[in-house]
Ligand binder design. Structure first.
Ligand code: AMP
Length: 113
């Protein structure tokens, strides 16, 4: 745990979140400022700052995040959804603990703005 990290604090239960899924190594919770009718985040409990920081030892963990996000999306009634990782402030990253956005429940334009 990195003590000044918002998502580490959510993973530790020190800051509340609306949890949709949790196991020993990851957590899915609703985004506080949803950009679609269904918008939640999947995070690993391990602190990794961003996608560029994914190590070879994290490959199965990141794969599980994607499987979990897809499963929780279906459990929340959506079969069409977008999985997004932002890397770096210029790409829109504001929280520097890796997270995967899962968005759906409306038509999603492409390319993203
Ligand atoms: P990003 O811009 O990719 O770094 O995404 C960070 C996301 O975290 C944003 O969509 C925020 O709305 C969301 N967020 C920030 N604080 C919280 C929080 N306390 N609980 C849930 N989501 C949050």
């Amino acid at each position: 745990m990195t003590t000044d990290c918002l998502f580490c604090k959510i993973a530790a239960g020190d800051i509340p979140a609306e949890k949709l899924y949790e196991d020993g190594e990851m957590l899915a919770f609703r985004d506080i400022a949803p950009q679609a009718p269904v918008h939640f985040l999947v995070i690993p409990k391990k602190h990794i700052a961003d996608p560029a920081g994914i190590g070879a030892e994290d490959e199965s963990l990141i794969g599980r995040m994607m499987r979990t996000g897809s499963q929780v999306a279906r459990e929340n009634g959506i079969s069409d959804f977008r999985l997004v990782f932002n890397n770096g402030a210029g790409a829109g990253q504001t929280v520097f603990h890796i997270h995967m956005h899962v968005l759906g429940g409306r038509s999603l334009g492409w390319p993203p703005g």
